[in-house]
Design a protein around this ligand. Structure first.
Ligand SMILES: Cc1cc2nc3c(=O)[nH]c(=O)nc-3n(C[C@H](O)[C@H](O)[C@H](O)COP(=O)(O)OP(=O)(O)OC[C@H]3O[C@@H](n4cnc5c(N)ncnc54)[C@H](O)[C@@H]3O)c2cc1C
Length: 289
């Protein structure tokens, strides 16, 4: 069966999708499953499961993906990275995903094993770029393939032009859709999409939104995205009376951003949940009710 994801993103009705992380422990697994069960009634276009670089984490990704396919009606997009695997091992993982019933894969290079700021070194016998992984997945079968996009530029990109050029190369390699890194300004998204279109890349680009749910994230989010946290938002959060007020600001700001992105023509909204789906569900409901 062909993945429904590209057609849903092209259909003209805004989609909602949710990202989850593979659990580290059995306790985490219970938290993750509560969050997955909570989004099920909203009938998202898909849920996606990120790919952990380390061995046991990687296996938990695959087991989580397999469990979502077996135990839910949700469409799943499995993330896959080039980190720490030979080409033969990557092919075996893609086949395992296909055998499990997965029809869509987000093909990523992955961060260097030493962390996002370390120097990237491909695994001997492995792949160097997401672009190569797009081709590999397409060679392995009838998969819809997504790729990462960076409206604020990837931390290794010399400049915006280089970022667009390499993004367009992933599209030319066969990508069917893209999901962006989280960002805070709808103008960054509009600029990125316009540049991608000018470079000949016409795949749907799904904007990723990470709602702020705690004040600690003012320090944490820049480590994840490689970009500063907006000063005005940080000031509002620091002035909030209590954790509930922080969450409310996070949901309000993320809902406003989502609305602006849909108005700017985004095909849908992709919500990063960090395995706590309450804020993400509230945003979904505010936009659809
Ligand atoms: C939506 C999303 C989901 C993610 N999920 C995961 C996950 O599940 N697990 C995980 O480990 N990481 C994940 N990441 C992080 C991602 O792996 C990192 O950002 C990684 O550093 C780059 O991956 P990429 O697929 O964008 O790589 P690429 O597209 O290969 O780009 C990597 C860098 O190389 C540059 N480049 C590309 N082609 C060339 C070329 N031909 N010559 C020179 N430079 C080039 C690019 O501009 C970029 O700076 C995710 C990121 C996003 C946005």
């Amino acid at each position: 069966m062909t993945s429904p994801v590209p057609a849903l993103l092209a259909a003209g009705t805004p989609t909602f999708s949710y990202e989850f992380l593979p659990p580290r422990t059995d306790e985490d697994e219970a938290v993750l499953w509560r969050a997955i069960r909570d989004v099920e009634p909203l009938r998202p276009a898909f849920v996606d499961i990120t790919y952990g670089a380390g061995g046991s984490r990687r296996d938990r990704t695959l087991r989580t993906v397999e469990r979502v396919v077996v135990e839910t009606d949700l469409t799943v997009v499995a993330h896959l990275t080039c980190v720490g695997a030979t080409e033969a091992e990557l092919r075996a993982i893609v086949r395992r995903l296909g055998d499990a019933g997965v029809r869509a894969i987000l093909a990523l290079r992955g961060d260097p094993e030493g962390g996002p700021d370390a120097e990237w070194r491909p695994t001997p016998g492995g792949l160097d770029r997401a672009e190569d992984l797009v081709r590999l997945v397409k060679e392995e079968g009838d998969f819809a393939v997504g790729v990462a996009a960076y409206p604020q530029r990837h931390r290794e990109s010399a400049d915006d032009d280089a970022g667009i050029k390499f993004f367009a190369a992933k599209c030319a390699a066969g990508a069917d859709f893209a999901i962006t890194q989280f960002f805070y300004d709808a103008c960054d998204y509009a600029r990125f999409v316009a540049a991608a279109r000018a470079a000949g890349c016409d795949v749907p680009v799904l904007p990723g939104i990470m709602p702020v749910t705690s004040a600690r994230q003012i320090e944490r989010f820049p480590q994840l995205s490689g970009h500063p946290f907006p000063g005005e938002l940080a000031a509002r959060i620091r002035a909030a009376a209590d954790p509930a007020a922080v969450r409310e600001i996070g949901v309000e700001v993320a809902s406003g951003l989502a609305r602006a992105l849909l108005d700017a023509g985004a095909p849908g909204i992709h919500l990063y949940t960090l395995n706590r789906s309450t804020a993400a569900r509230e945003i979904h409901l505010r936009l659809t009710s």
